[in-house]
Design a protein around this ligand. Structure first.
Ligand SMILES: Nc1ncnc2c1ncn2[C@@H]1O[C@H](COP(=O)(O)OP(=O)(O)OP(=O)(O)O)[C@@H](O)[C@H]1O
Length: 353
């Protein structure tokens, strides 16, 4: 079966563009089975990376041993989010250079995916402009065993909870991600487990509806336990973790101490949303390794500006506006926490209010 003319034209244009802009590769984002041997023949010696729903396309893709494939499960996210995820996965797995550029072919107009020629768009993406500003590579530097994609998803969810609260009220939360084997024995239920009895897919944070549900559940006391793969396992659990081997500046309460301690005792990453400030702190190995401000100064980008304080926010007045999309959060890494006597109530000299 020959390739549809529009797809063929896009492949040829992508190959040409790849040479002109000296791109590292052509990335093909597709949910549609193609005649892969023809695609490969069309691309000649141009590097091709296929980002596709592996389960659906796997049998045919596997037949083409030479193709570089990124597994991208279909879900309800927008094409921009899926594209972001594909580039992130490709960069994190070393298939693309962080500073490089790529030509991407995708279905950008979002017409019927079952149409004979769903591929309709071509873009040149400079990864430096995207991934570096987003500082997603920083997630890798956390040196945790939790996949970067799971971390990004939970951090984004945590940041949304911190910014949006629930029904006008500020809400805090604690996510313990990964190493569930060692984390679960440290947990005891303080309420019914809201995830019990649900199928894995219905507990996956890939699903928007699951993330929305978790935002609702964040009102309840206790922590969420999330697996490496981003599956919610338990909610409303109390972490019985001694805090003797961790150090936090004055002003942090029991949620933050529990986060630091559980990350010290296990290989899990603890992601803590402060109810009082709305900010998010990421703990690995007993230490705070990342800070996400409650109010993004540069929406849609990850950056590492702002020094870190644990600042109270007003409980009345306008809440910061939620920002959608996967890469919207100002992030700070490893900057020292001020050791003031009352960090929690201090107002940042650096404008972190
Ligand atoms: N060990 C723990 N395990 C699970 N959840 C906890 C634990 N300790 C505290 N929490 C949760 O954190 C909530 C707030 O506790 P606390 O005010 O002491 O925390 P905090 O660190 O000051 O955070 P915040 O800035 O959100 O107030 C508790 O109501 C509880 O839901």
């Amino acid at each position: 079966m020959a390739l549809p003319p529009q797809t063929l034209g896009l492949l040829q244009a992508a190959r040409c563009l790849n040479t002109h802009v000296m791109a590292d590769a052509v990335v093909l984002l597709t949910e549609t089975q193609l005649e892969w041997s023809e695609v490969i023949a069309e691309m000649g010696d141009t590097r091709l990376i296929v980002a596709a729903d592996h389960a659906k396309l796997a049998p045919r893709l596997r037949e083409e041993g030479t193709l570089t494939v990124i597994n991208l499960p279909i879900d309800s996210r927008s094409i921009q989010e899926r594209l972001g995820q594909a580039l992130l996965e490709a960069t994190c797995s070393g298939k693309l250079k962080e500073m490089g550029r790529v030509v991407v072919i995708y279905n950008g107009v979002l017409n019927d995916p079952n149409a004979p020629e769903p591929l309709d768009s071509l873009s040149v993406i400079h990864l430096n402009d995207h991934l570096e500003k987003m500082k997603l590579s920083d997630l890798r530097r956390l040196k945790s065993t939790v996949p970067v994609e799971t971390l990004r998803r939970v951090i984004d969810l945590a940041a949304q909870i911190g910014r949006e609260g629930r029904e006008g009220q500020p809400v805090g939360a604690l996510f313990v991600v990964g190493d569930t084997e060692n984390v679960l024995p440290l947990c005891r239920p303080i309420n019914f487990n809201p995830f019990r009895g649900y199928k894995t897919l219905d507990r996956s944070l890939v699903q928007v509806k699951v993330r929305e549900q978790i935002k609702e559940l964040a009102k309840l006391d206790g922590a969420f336990i999330i697996t490496n793969k981003g599956i919610a396992k338990e909610g409303c659990v109390y972490l019985d973790v001694p805090s003797k081997d961790v150090e936090l500046p004055a002003g942090f309460g029991s949620r933050h101490w529990a986060a630091a301690s559980v990350s010290k005792m296990t290989k899990a990453v603890a992601i803590c949303v402060s109810q009082s400030s709305g900010s998010v702190r990421v703990f690995v190995g007993g230490k705070q390794q990342m800070y996400v401000a409650a109010t993004p100064s540069r929406p849609h980008l990850w950056s590492n500006v702002r020094l870190d304080t644990h600042v109270s926010r007003p409980t009345t007045g306008l809440m910061p506006q939620p920002v959608s999309g996967p890469f919207h959060t100002p992030v700070k890494l490893n900057l020292p926490i001020p050791h003031s006597a009352d960090a929690k109530d201090s107002v940042s000299k650096n404008g972190d209010a």
